[in-house]
Ligand binder design. Structure first.
Ligand code: AQP
Length: 333
């Protein structure tokens, strides 16, 4: 039987080049080799202040976007259509260490963001979401998890939960999943290259792969680089632009620009122009495919509801076994 791959993305906005180069691009190629399941995790999108109507819109928009970049409909599910994720999440709360969850970097970053918002509110859901994420992965007994570098700590937590569960029930029930990185596991914000490109950090901190061309060019054109003074190390902003070129597979331009940097002849405006052209090339392909896909939204919705129902069967099988193993009642009503 082929190995299982699981990964998820939150419907909190458009797919940006960080999501794409760090994870989603890999999702597409892995489909030829493995048994893949990819989730649009709407329960997770509730952990930061959100708007219910917008959440539903964003969920379907993300489905269309994922299909447009090449994810197959039969591999795609919507998390809230599979409530067993939340059930396993609760069970896992009892196998997750409070101190470890409290130390998650993403929680620290996002709780700061959340507390600075209008309501100054940090939800228990935000604190607990890495435990739900462990359930997302383990409910399918995934072998591999293709994610960006920012998820490394969460995957370690997932393994800890699996280990504690296995020890408690006296059986190697859950396999310990391995992280699959791309060659560019962390793309930085072009507006602030010291922080990762992110949806929830605000508009200027991410570049949508479906962006309007003018906006995309403007964002790359205004990317923070450095003052141009010679330094011993390349600045994070410049390194990020080179990284984008490489990730988009424009290796000739990457090597030429790098040679110019090494000899001190690099023109920042020229580099930015090349990066923008390269990303626009990809962006046009995605936009075209999305137009074709969204011609029949109703058919897509039906397809994704059906694939979620099919994938749910695997989650239900795990939940039944887990409940038996940990002493919970298990009756078929
Ligand atoms: N900057 C990044 N570089 C590389 N990979 C990244 N990923 C996210 N940002 C980068 C990877 O994209 C996948 C989906 O991420 P997500 O939407 O579930 O949540 P996230 O990691 O928290 O991404 P964002 O954009 O920062 O979303 P918000 O702001 O809504 O939380 C993951 O595999 C992630 O590693």
């Amino acid at each position: 039987m082929s190995k299982r791959v699981l990964s998820c993305i939150q419907p909190t906005g458009d797919i940006h080049f960080g999501n794409y180069f760090g994870a989603v691009k890999n999702w597409v190629s892995l489909q030829d080799q493995y048994n893949c399941m990819y989730g649009v995790v709407d329960y997770h999108a509730m952990t930061m202040p959100y708007n219910p109507k917008k959440l539903k819109e964003n969920t379907w928009e993300l489905v269309y976007n994922l299909l447009a970049v090449g994810v197959k409909a039969e591999n795609l599910f919507i998390q809230s259509l599979i409530p067993e994720h939340a059930e396993l999440g609760w069970i896992f709360n009892n196998f997750a260490s409070y101190g470890r969850v409290e130390n998650m970097t993403q929680f620290k970053d996002k709780s700061k963001q959340s507390s600075q918002g209008k309501e100054g509110f940090i939800s228990v859901g935000l604190y607990d979401y890495p435990v739900l994420q462990a359930a997302d992965i383990l409910i399918y007994r995934a072998d591999f998890v293709p994610v960006g570098e920012d998820q490394k700590q969460h995957l370690e937590l997932t393994k800890e939960i699996a280990n504690r569960f296995n020890n408690q029930v006296g059986k190697e029930y859950f396999v310990l999943p391995e992280m699959l990185r791309t060659e560019t596991p962390k793309i930085m914000s072009t507006a602030d290259p010291t922080r990762k490109m992110s949806k929830s950090a605000g508009e200027k901190h991410n570049i949508s792969i479906f962006a309007d061309e003018k906006r995309l060019r403007k964002q790359i054109g205004s990317a923070v680089t450095d003052s141009g003074e010679p330094t011993s190390e390349m600045s994070p902003g410049l390194a990020n632009l080179f990284q984008l070129l490489k990730a988009a597979n424009n290796l000739t331009a990457h090597d030429e620009q790098m040679a110019a940097y090494t000899s001190g002849a690099l023109k920042y405006s020229e580099l930015k122009g090349i990066v923008a052209d390269t990303l626009v090339g990809l962006n046009r392909e995605f936009v075209e495919k999305k137009e074709a896909i969204t011609a029949d939204k109703k058919a897509i919705k039906n397809q994704i509801k059906a694939s979620s129902a099919e994938i749910r069967k695997r989650a239900q099988a795990t939940i039944r076994e887990v409940k038996d193993l940990c002493g919970l009642s298990n009756v078929k009503f």
